[in-house]
Design a protein around this ligand. Structure first.
Ligand SMILES: [Zn+2]
Ligand SMILES: [Zn+2]
Length: 350
């Protein structure tokens, strides 16, 4: 099968033939219909040592953990009554399925979990991907394949917003208009925040924020973020989401927050970051860190998509085939107004 293969850090992915996956007894083989490029993959492809808390990718790894497709093969002992041809998306790992974490929908906490796209288990920058039947979810009729590839980043946003326990009176500031920031903005609106402002240093990325539910967009390269927020909402933000994840972004969130403010850190910073604790202490801030999602977050996201309750289509800014994929992946490493770029393995022309 064709796949986008990681060879070495800092080098573009190579599009080449590799061996197609074979189902284990409890797995499905999925024909990938759409697969999103994630910021964490861009970062991972540049990692050369463990100093950032992540192991470098091995040669031959195939990344890609935001995907959906069609069931091609069903393992002999796969649960869930799956049939070839069914439309499917999946949590991007295979876990034991029997431990307390797995049964609670948190397979990423399972002691036996293997994450797809990090090495041993190929991800979905490929024609086919192996998924656990226990991790698979049916894609409802109302969710097309491109939207199906957004379920994973939407679930990340949902998980972050659920952790924030948003109230109807809350005025929210989302720092960072990348896919996660936009997903967070969408869910804040969904859960009834009074005001949802999104700020970014790249004004080109802010266009999509309004389309996804932001009530205000703030160009942080030109405007005083707190000043603009106060003007719009009448106060500082009750809740600030750090959806950037670079050194300095947590401090920025603390600076923006008011006394007794809440901060949710959803951006994953993989470098040392210095903060000035006294700022957080004197404001008595509550800071919450979030990671990934539960199976329930996937299910809820699918249900809301199917019913047309959320419309995240504006997140998708480009769709490419294998021919354009390596270049699109490299291009995303540099600031641009691109948001979510999808690979459609069956797409012949770029
Ligand atoms: Zn991702
Ligand atoms: Zn388990």
């Amino acid at each position: 099968m064709r796949a986008a293969v990681f060879e070495t850090a800092g080098q573009p992915l190579t599009i080449r033939e590799i061996e197609a996956p074979v189902p284990q007894a409890t797995d499905l083989i999925v024909r990938v219909k759409a697969s999103g490029i994630c910021g964490s993959d861009l970062h991972l492809s540049e990692v050369t040592d463990r100093s950032g808390g992540m192991a470098p990718l091995g040669e031959g790894a195939v990344m890609g953990h935001e995907f959906c497709g069609e069931v091609l093969e069903v393992g002999a002992e796969a649960k869930g009554d799956w049939r070839p041809g069914e439309r499917v998306c999946a949590l991007p790992y295979i876990a034991c399925g029997g431990c307390l974490e797995c049964l609670s929908g948190r397979g990423h906490r399972c002691r036996e979990v293997v994450f797809g796209g990090l090495g041993r288990l190929h991800g979905a920058y490929a024609e086919y991907v192996r998924v656990g039947a226990a991790e698979a979810l049916r894609l409802p009729d109302g969710v097309d394949y491109q939207t199906g590839a957004l379920v994973e980043p939407l679930a990340v946003g949902l998980h972050a917003v659920k952790a924030a326990a948003i109230g109807p009176g809350d005025a929210v500031l989302v720092v960072g208009a990348g896919p996660i920031g936009l997903a967070v903005a969408l869910w804040c609106r969904f859960f009834g925040a009074r005001r949802v402002a999104v700020s970014d240093l790249l004004p080109g990325r802010l266009d999509k924020a309004a389309a996804l539910g932001a009530t205000d967009v703030i160009d942080a390269s030109q405007e005083d973020v707190v000043g603009r927020f106060k003007q719009a909402a009448g106060s500082r933000p009750d809740l600030v989401f750090d959806c950037v994840g670079v050194p300095g972004s947590q401090q920025l969130a603390m600076d923006y927050a008011p006394t007794n403010g809440r901060i949710v850190v959803a951006g994953v910073c993989m470098q040392r970051d210095g903060i000035l604790p006294v700022k957080a202490i004197t404001k008595e801030l509550s800071v919450r860190y979030v990671y990934m999602y539960d199976r329930q977050d996937f299910r809820f996201t699918l249900e809301m998509l199917d019913g047309g309750r959320i419309e995240p289509g504006a997140m998708i800014t480009d769709v490419v085939g294998f021919d354009g994929f390596a270049a699109a992946f490299e291009a995303l490493k540099h600031p641009s107004s691109q948001c979510k770029v999808l690979l459609e393995p069956e797409r012949l022309l770029v």
